[in-house]
Write a protein that binds this ligand. Structure first.
Ligand code: NCD
Length: 307
């Protein structure tokens, strides 16, 4: 179903494809935990082109490729590649495409993954294109919600923080529209969800509420998805300084929230979740990061046609 396909945006997925990815990831999780020998991508090469900073996404893709017995080549930072000499993204992709079987790309330009896909014969996976989309993070988020809550349906989810520049929430919003979840957007006014996205979610049937009142939102939420204020996307550092620390979740916030609330965060966190939340049983963000590897094993093997 996904063989040879690019993964560019959450908009593209049907429920059937999402189920396939979730089930394939669950099977890899079982096999890895069982110490099974897995060589589904034996003889293949994956390019991890990370022109923007990354810890989890790059390392979970690289470890996923390694665990599938593929080889990995990479670019880490625009300064270490011919981008620094003025080479266009189009040319870089045309060249790399001749070396590999799958391309994973993170780049600061909105639409960069699409440009890569237009210039590559092999499948391209978007690991974050500027403030636009981060579909593989959303697949990790969904996998985590299914594990933590037992179902993907019927949750009330508060999205908190930088909804303007946060690409993870842009992608995750599309998923929510598929499964009848209610979304509550909580952010400072200057960082609210872009209007065209909210309109698009609504046109797909989403039930959305927008507020600046975190306490009221959390009192009725099953899940809170916290995001960092995206410092690197601000043209004006004064504006960043004014907005940072706008909303902070700590144990007191959790005590007043709906019982059993699950706390997700794509990480890295700066100060938006106090460390005293870490030992709350519903704090799932580190489990979420661990799930990244299994979901990315599923994606690599599915698009390369290895399973
Ligand atoms: C996110 C990203 O890069 O968009 N991180 C990640 O991939 N886990 C979130 C962020 O940087 O705030």
């Amino acid at each position: 179903m996904l063989r040879g396909k690019d993964i560019l945006s959450m908009v593209q997925f049907s429920k059937q494809e999402l189920n396939l990815i979730m089930n394939t990831a669950a099977s890899y999780e079982r096999r890895v935990k069982n110490n099974d020998y897995i060589d589904d991508m034996d003889g293949q090469v994956v390019a991890c082109l990370f022109f923007e900073p990354s810890t989890r996404t790059r390392l979970s893709f690289e470890s996923a490729a390694n665990r599938l017995d593929a080889r990995v080549i990479n670019v880490i930072g625009a300064d270490s590649s011919s981008t620094a000499k003025g080479e266009s993204l189009e040319d870089t992709i045309r060249v790399v495409d001749g070396y590999i079987d799958v391309i994973v790309i993170r780049h600061s330009i909105i639409g960069s993954a699409q440009i890569a896909a237009d210039n590559a014969v092999h499948p391209v996976i978007n690991a974050g294109d500027g403030s636009n989309q981060h579909p593989t993070q959303s697949l990790v988020d969904i996998y985590t919600i299914r594990k933590e809550k037992g179902t993907l349906n019927g949750h009330t989810v508060t999205f908190l923080g930088d909804l303007k520049y946060g690409r993870t929430v842009h992608s995750l919003g599309y998923f929510m529209t598929l499964y009848g979840n209610k979304m509550i957007f909580v952010s400072p006014k200057a960082l609210c969800m872009p209007e065209e996205l909210t309109a698009d979610f609504r046109s797909r049937g989403a039930d959305i509420e927008e507020t600046e009142n975190l306490e009221e939102a959390l009192a009725k939420s099953d899940i809170v998805y916290v995001t960092r204020i995206q410092k690197e996307r601000f043209a004006d550092s004064e504006e960043y300084n004014r907005l940072k620390g706008s909303y902070i979740i700590d144990r007191n916030t959790i005590a007043r929230a709906k019982k059993g609330i699950t706390v997700l965060h794509p990480l890295p966190r700066v100060d938006e979740i106090a460390t005293d939340v870490d030992d709350y049983e519903g704090a799932a963000y580190f489990r979420q990061a661990n799930n990244g590897m299994y979901v990315r094993m599923a994606l690599l093997s599915l698009v390369s046609g290895s399973v």
